[in-house]
Design a protein around this ligand. Structure first.
Ligand code: AMP
Length: 148
């Protein structure tokens, strides 16, 4: 039995997640697994309709989504020349919650994340998303550290 038939990797387009992505791709190749590449648009729920009217917020959200789709498209184009068993996903929400929810939805056997993200902030052990995913995910999580 193949222990890893679906691998989900969470990317925020940082150096750390690029590094985690390389590991996820290597694992997907060696286990002949499907690779799910997930990006979460961090939704500032509290700001909706507060600082800006609802309509212009919607327009802003559409532009953000379009920008994220473009980033994902060029990421896949650059990183996946010799691999086609993958799907990319973009969702809105809280990164750690969505990583866990989407991993369960696609029945991932493994979640791969970087230890740090775009902020590069050094938290106690990991970045905050990594820490929360490790703490709360029922699916095994592989964290990949980027050596500086
Ligand atoms: P952080 O905890 O924010 O420093 O990020 C740690 C790791 O979590 C990153 O290297 C990514 O693998 C993942 N991650 C963080 N933010 C996002 C996001 N918005 N979408 C997808 N993955 C993310």
């Amino acid at each position: 039995m193949n222990p890893f038939s679906t691998v989900l990797v969470a990317v925020d387009f940082s150096d750390s997640s690029d590094n985690a992505f390389k590991m996820a791709l290597a694992m997907a190749k060696s286990f002949s697994a499907r690779l799910i590449i997930l990006h979460v648009i961090n939704e500032p729920v509290d700001l909706r309709g507060f600082y800006v009217p609802h309509l212009s917020f919607e327009r802003l959200e559409n532009e953000i989504e379009e920008g994220a789709q473009n980033m994902m498209k060029s990421f896949c184009h650059n990183q996946l020349a010799d691999f086609d068993n993958y799907e990319s996903m973009i969702v809105l929400g809280l990164p750690y919650e969505e990583i866990i929810t989407q991993a369960e939805k696609v029945a991932a056997d493994l979640v791969v994340i970087g230890t740090h993200g775009r902020t590069g902030l050094d938290h106690v052990l990991f970045g905050s998303t990594a820490e929360k995913v490790v703490r709360k995910s029922k699916i095994p999580v592989l964290t990949v550290r980027l050596e500086e």
